[in-house]
Design a binder for this molecule. Structure first.
Ligand code: ADP
Ligand code: ASP
Ligand code: MG
Length: 241
């Protein structure tokens, strides 16, 4: 039985209608008799809204409290997606970073994942449950919530694929793969069927937010291929390897 990690970004989970489409992508894989771990981001621009509201309160937030605040968006998505799947008759369970736990260093706002204790997830997968994990967040050794940097749910997905020895990692987004340039800015950008880690890393470091730069580095170090594809359109996407 293969183990698949699927990650859906903020653009893919932006509203309830899109969450329904996400359940279709999940069930396509689940119904192939695979074990499924799903990573999700906050809905739409919710993280931006939280940061805007934070700035109305203070220009100098304590970094610990900043992470407590900005990590909340993902909690909403895991709960909603888990409920949707349950309502469709499937066994799903949501997890926040601290419940797994996903252990990070102390660098609030830009933490690195040090370890993931996989026993909880493995037990639920063995029971046939679809496991829904909040991206972007972890917990440090003092038990404080940390976040991984903007766009960091991609990194959660890669780290879960590494620690769970996943057979496949899909990062679903609102474009059908990685392009030579942002396809929403340059309509003539060329889509890659495949791309090397180094080229992808260079693009991510230059601001191509389709993948978080840390996630590409992490995938390279652990030799985890990433398939970037659209949540909404058919197609093979781009293989980053
Ligand atoms: P998600 O919500 O799925 O995490 P992001 O907004 O973080 O999605 O990343 C997807 C966006 O990345 C696309 O909508 C696209 O505008 C942008 N993008 C920037 N550079 C590229 C590129 N080279 N290839 C594909 N998408 C790119
Ligand atoms: N919600 C977080 C952000 O907006 C993480 C992510 O989307 O990957 O940066
Ligand atoms: Mg993103």
């Amino acid at each position: 039985m293969s183990l698949i990690v699927q990650k859906f970004g903020g653009t893919s989970v932006a509203d309830t209608k899109k969450l329904f489409i996400v359940t279709e992508r999940i069930l396509e894989e689940y119904n192939k008799n695979s074990k499924i771990v799903v990573v999700v981001s906050a809905q739409g621009k919710l993280t931006d809204t939280l940061i805007k509201e934070e700035l109305e309160i203070t220009k100098t937030p304590v970094s610990r409290e900043h992470d407590v605040l900005v990590s909340t968006g993902e909690q909403i998505t895991v709960a909603k997606l888990s409920m949707l799947l349950q309502d469709l008759g499937y066994n799903a369970i949501s997890y926040l970073g601290w419940q797994i736990p996903i252990i990070t260093n102390n660098c609030f706002g830009n933490a690195d994942i040090l370890n993931i204790q996989t026993a909880n997830i493995e037990k639920k997968l063995a029971e046939g449950k679809i496991v829904i994990v909040a991206g972007f967040q972890g917990i440090n050794e003092k038990g404080e919530i940390t976040t991984l940097g903007r766009g960091g749910s991609d990194t959660t997905a890669v780290a879960l694929a590494v620690f769970l020895h996943a057979d496949k990692l899909y990062i679903y987004t609102d474009v059908d793969g990685v392009y030579s340039e942002d396809p929403n800015i340059n309509k003539n950008a060329k889509k890659y069927d495949e791309i090397s880690y180094d080229k992808m890393l260079e693009m991510a470091n230059n601001g191509a937010k389709v993948l978080h730069n840390k996630c590409v580095q992490y995938a390279k170090e652990n030799n985890i291929p990433i398939i970037v594809k659209s949540t909404f359109e058919p197609g093979n996407g781009t293989l980053v390897h």
